[in-house]
Design a binder for this molecule. Structure first.
Ligand code: NAD
Length: 489
């Protein structure tokens, strides 16, 4: 199969089972963040194309809904095998368009495949409930029905995994789908859909359009679209939640984050330092589960900051496709500028910049890439902007606290509540943390508290707008309506 995602051509939209040239005049370039080289061009779909995609999905719904769940699952079993066969190819596309290292990209594809594995359980996941003789001779049953056409709006930072959080489960439940990948990383989504087509998905069941706000707005307004799955930044998540709700849609909007990691004085420092570095600087910090604030308790602060600083200054930053690179570039020059402004802000606010990513010694990638080394601020005050706002880049803040109680107070004051971790050898500290931490995904001696595909991706507070999260049984509930039937014969 000719890989359109590997050429420099304008991407084609996928509507009603056909890849077609977009009629759009509005086209953006897709650069490789590691080199600045052009990878392809993405057209922003016209309103006519979006309407055609919605119509195709609505038309395909009735037959797909009537396809037995076991047959829908068989398409996903074939898809899972194809994804395994193409894991390396998909990882390479992710590295090319997003910049993360190949090891990180392989991990991402693996986590995405796990969602497909979960979705293959559709016949069991969709089982209803039955109550016999609610009064003599009367039975009551509950069945799960698909909701119809679902729109998926995705961010740039996990070009494979996040589309895979959405459409495999939505399709397994009998819905049809319109995917709008991030306009900054649309190439991997194209390959994902080519493989799904190869797995035997009928035409119209999944459609792909490209673009940004305008296309998203049209999808949220389309009467045939019944639900919206969104993942992205906090202001947009809140906007999408409010707008799509007003339009009468079911909405799940996974949002931004500011994750706190507590380090207790009794933590195993070797493991803790490795875990924090991987969490803060993995994916160049462009991860909603990234460590952003370390709460160093008591006497651990000095040795911890010293170790973190030494190791961060040594990280090899460069083109993620090269073997020994530990951290890739950030997504765009404008995004780098935004991160630089946060570094300046932190200095202006009086935090101590103990590692300055702007003068990182070990940048091995070409000067045309969008590189920035890791930065660490010590003696950060919880009220500072760098301690409160999502930076979404390789910048870590250390706040020194007296005890676990103070650490939890700071953590719980954050407007966000995506993930949080504790590093300790104490079961009682870990239990207190688990009980009191106001975040939905917790790690105990783990730096990236990512749940498995069969559990919900459980952000709290401003990290999530909605009721039912992505993945796990939450997602099955999100993508289905319950219907209750009571009968007497
Ligand atoms: P973004 O908000 O810029 O874009 C996300 C999607 O929204 C894109 O498809 C974009 O085209 C679309 N969009 C942009 N403006 C819109 C508007 N006004 N109305 C409707 N749609 C609009 O996010 P991003 O920069 O691509 O991704 C990074 C963000 O995503 C970070 O904040 C990160 O924390 C968050 N994120 C959250 C999770 C999670 O599960 N909580 C996971 C991954 C990323």
């Amino acid at each position: 199969m000719e890989l359109q995602s590997a050429s420099e051509a304008k991407l084609k939209v996928f509507i009603g089972g056909r890849w077609r040239e977009s009629r759009s005049e509005e086209v953006r370039e897709i650069p490789n963040p590691a080199t600045g080289e052009l990878l392809g061009r993405v057209p922003y779909s016209t309103s006519e194309e979006v309407s055609e995609a919605v119509a195709a999905a609505a038309e395909a719904f009735h037959a797909w809904r009537a396809t037995p769940a076991i047959e829908r699952a068989r398409v996903l079993f074939r898809y899972k095998a194809l994804l395994e066969d193409h894991l390396e190819e998909l990882a390479r596309i992710v590295t090319l368009e997003n910049g993360k290292t190949l090891a990180e990209a392989r991990g991402e594809v693996r986590r995405g495949i796990e969602v497909v594995e979960f979705a293959t359980g559709a016949p069991t996941l969709l089982l209803g409930e039955f109550s016999e003789d609610v009064t003599p001779g009367i039975d009551n049953e509950m069945v799960r029905a698909p909701i119809g056409v679902v729109a998926g709006l995705c961010p740039f930072n996990f070009p494979v995994m996040i589309p895979l959080w959405m459409f495999p489960i939505a399709l397994a439940c009998g819905n049809t789908f319109i995917l709008k990948p991030s306009e900054r990383t649309p190439l991997a989504a194209v390959r994902l859909v080519e493989l799904l087509e190869q797995a035997g998905l009928p035409p119209g069941v999944l459609n792909v359009v490209f673009g940004a706000q305008e296309v998203a707005e049209q999808l949220m307004e389309a009467p045939a679209v019944k639900a919206v799955s969104f993942v992205g930044s906090q202001p947009v998540a809140k906007y999408v939640y409010e707008k799509a709700s007003r339009e009468g849609k079911r909405v799940q909007a996974m949002s931004g984050a500011k994750n706190h990691l507590i380090v207790m004085p009794d933590a195993d420092l070797d493991r803790t330092v490795d875990a924090i570095l991987a969490s803060a600087f993995g994916n160049a910090g462009e991860r909603c589960l990234a460590a952003s604030v370390v709460l160093a308790v008591g006497e651990v602060a000095d040795p911890l900051v010293e170790r973190l600083s030494k190791e961060a200054a040594n990280l090899v930053v460069g083109d993620g496709s090269k073997a020994d690179v530990q951290m890739g570039p950030v997504i765009r020059p404008e995004h780098k500028q935004r991160i630089l402004q946060y570094i300046e802000k932190g200095q202006a606010e009086g935090a101590h910049l103990v590692v300055d990513g702007r003068s990182h010694k070990r940048i091995t990638g070409p000067s045309t890439g969008f590189y920035l080394g890791p930065s660490i601020f010590d003696h950060v005050d919880p009220g500072m902007v760098i301690a409160r706002e999502e930076i979404f880049g390789p910048v870590l803040s250390v706040i020194r606290v007296a005890d676990l109680h103070e650490a939890l107070q700071i953590l719980n004051r954050s407007q966000y509540g995506n993930a949080a971790s504790i590093f300790t050898r104490s079961g009682s500290a870990a239990r207190e943390f688990r009980y009191l931490a106001g975040a939905g995904m917790l790690g105990v001696n783990i730096g990236v508290a990512a749940p498995m595909a069969w559990l919900p991706f459980s952000g709290w507070k401003a990290s999530f707008y909605g009721d039912l999260h992505a993945t796990g049984k939450d997602a099955v509930r999100f993508y289905t309506e319950t219907k209750v039937v009571i009968s007497r014969w």
